[in-house]
Design a protein around this ligand. Sequence first.
Ligand code: NAG
Length: 218
Amino acid sequence: MALLFLLAALVGCVVAKPSSENVTPVEITLYYESLCPGCRIFIPNQLLPAYTDLKYDYRSLISKLTLVPYGWVAVKNATSHDYACQHGESECEGNRLHACAIKYIPDQVATIEYISCLDQLESNYLTFASSQYPIDECQDKLPEGVYSKIMSCYNSDEAWELFQNNGKKTTSFFPKGGFIPYVSFNNKRDDELAISAFKDFRKTLCEAAGVADPDCSA
Ligand SMILES: *[C@@H]1O[C@H](CO)[C@@H](O)[C@H](O)[C@H]1NC(C)=O
């Protein structure tokens, strides 16, 4: 018992970890876009809990997480930054803001918390097709000093470069189209797995990483 307390004190809190020797952490890539209803559901309700769960260490099953905010965009003239995003100009703004946030928030959990916060506000803005993306909201989710870095990026060509780079990643992953949000495991295209992950990310992650422990899928 004393040993258990000592261990608990050392790790800070007791989080169940995968015990099976066949566990292989997976690389996760999430293709999504701002203002997309499925994405607004998935990030706060599926992805975020996997990073904040106190009963099971799901994070240890993810070797790398890559977020790619872009989705379905018609490129009219890349030189003059003329793009038509699926849900209008405010979606393009959102995708650029997310791209800058992903680059400048040093901690991935804070990134997911910030994006989840924006996601939860998006519905208020969708009602007004012409309104701007809520770029000045959710600053309280950010580490000190990060918002100004995100804004410098957002208001410069860097945001367009990140946006275009996410466009390249998205079109090379979906050469003939597809659906989003799309959760890719180990950079593979597997639509069934992506749908399963959309419905229950933690359970699908446990299976993909080879965790037999029923605590993981619970
Ligand atoms: C795209 O935009 C650039 C810069 O404004 C312009 O010079 C070029 O002619 C445009 N291309 C087309 C195909 O409209």
